[in-house]
Ligand binder design. Structure first.
Ligand code: F6R
Length: 369
């Protein structure tokens, strides 16, 4: 049933190219327009939206953080992201022109469900991104976009995360198109890039042997830090979360720009720091900022593990270990950069003798608050 893989997690990591392709399937018209046919909100409802809230927990929350960058960039309306367990107990200002997007793989997470009910009481429109047909969260939402990731057995979320990202991108592009902020040909150009990601990801997955060797090396580290900027920031948080939950190691993700405001003092001789470097194409300034952050941590003794785009020759000099990913537009890059971090966490956990698919103290679906 594990299809020749040692763990469900490795099988599910390997299924990611197909999971992305399946989530994109049937969602694009011949004219390159996006069809969200399970979305039961009218185009007019969506044109009236003046604010988006994304609410979720854990890994799904990290998908929401990435979505914020895409939605604000493409749709040009304010988008907030919040942990479901916090959202409920605040007094968020919502009304019928607010779109609340809830993201949940299982569709049964209690905190997310309670946030959804809270949003509906305030008359907000609720759109669910979910991987489980007929589960409670999509049933109670006004609309749902199912991710077609297939069942996820391992407790740690992998393919669900990447398909959630795809669903978020589709919603962002759809909103931009029907609100007239992006033309059909601009949307089609992004969609074409999205359609290329399964192939890029297959290439990436074929070159991960090095990460396995690195994992054996890092298994005794006392902490591993992760830094990133822009969409690389949620990727850093996700890399740290995976490591905590699977390897039972201390790990933390930071916005690279925050280092000098405190966390840089954590860095000691040999502290492993995983650095997610933005693509040099598009936003070269951001890439250069991260490279200077890498130099800063290295000057203080860090052992740098650098995830950068193929062809970004300049980073090699600052990398104790370089992992390259295929070129991908900035906003879509988390579909690539997350994957080596999933493998790293899985392999470190295995090297430490942990139960990769069933980490201690965790359940696949969290139906208590
Ligand atoms: C981490 C992980 C959890 C879930 C979180 C939300 O690998 O799996 O952090 O992402 O419990 O679960 P869903 O998406 O089912 O609401």
């Amino acid at each position: 049933e594990k299809g020749g893989y040692e763990y469900f997690m490795l099988k599910e990591i390997a299924e990611q190219p197909q999971a992305i392709a399946d989530t994109l399937l049937g969602r694009l018209s011949d004219r390159g327009e996006i069809i969200l046919d399970e979305v039961r909100l009218t185009d007019q409802d969506l044109r009236d939206v003046d604010k988006v809230f994304i609410v979720a927990c854990g890994t799904s929350y990290h998908a929401g953080m990435v979505a914020k960058y895409a939605i604000e960039h493409w749709v040009r309306i304010p988008c907030e992201v919040e942990l479901a367990s916090e959202f409920r107990y605040r007094d968020p200002i919502l009304d019928r022109s607010t779109l609340v997007i809830v993201i949940s793989q299982s569709g049964e997470t209690m905190d997310t469900l309670m946030a959804l009910r809270h949003a509906k009481e305030q008359k907000a429109r609720v759109l669910a991104i979910c991987n489980t047909n007929g589960s409670t969260i999509p049933r109670e939402s006004d609309a749902v976009l199912y991710t077609h990731g297939g069942p996820e057995i391992a407790v740690a979320s992998t393919k669900a995360f990447l398909t959630q990202l795809v669903a978020c991108y589709l919603i962002g592009l759809h909103l931009a198109q029907i609100r007239g902020v992006m033309y059909a040909d601009e949307v089609a150009a992004v969609v074409e890039k999205l359609q290329n990601t399964p192939d890029s990801l297959r290439t990436l997955l074929d070159g991960m042997e090095d990460v396995r060797a690195l994992a054996r090396d890092l298994r005794t580290a006392s902490t591993i830090l992760f830094i990133g900027r822009h969409v690389g920031f949620p990727v850093a948080l996700e890399g740290a979360l995976k490591l905590k939950e699977l390897a039972y190691m201390h790990a933390e993700g930071f916005a690279a720009g925050e280092l000098k405001h405190g966390p840089i003092s954590l860095i000691d001789d040999g502290t492993p720091v995983v650095c997610i470097v933005p693509s040099p194409a598009g936003r070269g300034v951001m890439r250069d900022k991260v490279v200077s952050n890498i130099q800063e941590v290295r000057a203080r003794g860090a052992r740098t593990i650098v995830i950068a785009e193929e062809g970004d020759e300049g980073v090699a000099a600052f990398a104790d270990h370089l992992i390259t990913v295929p070129p991908t537009p900035t906003l879509l890059a988390p579909l690539m950069t997350t994957v080596p971090l999933q493998i790293l966490a899985c392999e470190i956990a295995a090297a430490r003798g942990n139960d990769v698919d069933q980490p201690r103290n965790l359940a696949k679906s969290v139906t208590v608050e």
